[in-house]
Design a protein. Structure first.
Length: 243
């Protein structure tokens, strides 16, 4: 089967067996892959004639080409019939554009009948085999569901942390459960981050002296007096705190 292209894997550049070859033989091997791709190596023609065609493609005489074949066989890259090893494992039938186009048209007809629109393209990969994802199928990303205040409270209790559940919940609820410009994916991770931030703040925050505590209480009392609130019972003014 003739193909317009074949799969070339990046491991070629670092494979120690390939790198043990001279640069010319590496090029010879790639030409053999091309001959396999265009179907020449699979044509039913006389062996002597085929050897002559292969030699000409390699730019060598028949005798020199035979030496190249021996060197490539020594590291198990090709067989005695010039066939590249593991070709079928590395190339796929679905790489044939004719088959892919036929499958695309069939899929499109099915979509048209069912009333759905197809987004495929005849030259685009259309199977797991095409994209080498038989072992690595994409998983659907779970949709984020915002927690309730009760969820946050229970998680904070479970972690026995210093996070205020109400403050945390109100903060992210007001921001639409966004962190900056990004939508939150895991609110529990945000709780843990908040927890670390609070812990660091508490470690770096210096405790107020007795004088500072009295001064702070007086400032709060004056602030409430200006607002017309009674502070006698809750915040009794401490005289002499400022000297």
């Amino acid at each position: 089967m003739s193909l317009p292209w074949f799969r070339m894997y990046s491991e070629f550049s670092g494979d120690p067996l390939v790198q043990s070859l001279a640069f010319e033989d590496q090029r010879h091997y790639i030409i053999i892959l091309c001959l396999k791709c265009n179907g020449l190596l699979d044509r039913k023609i006389a062996q002597s004639r085929r050897n002559g065609i292969i030699s000409a493609a390699l730019g060598l005489d028949v005798s020199t080409a035979d030496e190249v074949k021996k060197r490539l066989m020594e590291i198990d890259l090709i067989s005695k019939n010039w066939q590249p090893k593991a070709w079928d494992k590395r190339q796929y039938k679905s790489d044939n554009s004719t088959q892919r186009t036929r499958k695309y048209r069939k899929t499109k007809e099915t979509c048209d009948v069912s009333g759905t629109s197809g987004n495929s393209h005849s030259d685009a990969p259309d199977t797991d085999t095409d994209t080498d994802t038989e072992k690595h199928k994409k998983t659907k990303q779970k949709k984020f569901i915002p927690p309730t205040l009760d969820d946050v409270s229970k998680y904070c209790i479970k972690r026995n942390n210093n996070v205020d559940p109400d403050r945390f919940f109100n903060h992210y609820e007001a921001n639409g459960w966004m962190r900056g410009k990004n939508k939150i994916k895991n609110w529990k991770a945000c709780v843990r981050t908040w927890e670390l931030t609070e812990r660091k703040n508490n470690e770096t925050r210096k405790p107020m002296s007795a004088v500072e505590q009295v001064a702070a209480a007086n400032r709060e009392a004056e602030k409430r007096e200006q607002q017309g609130q009674s502070v006698t019972e809750t915040y009794p003014r401490v005289v002499g705190a400022d000297g």
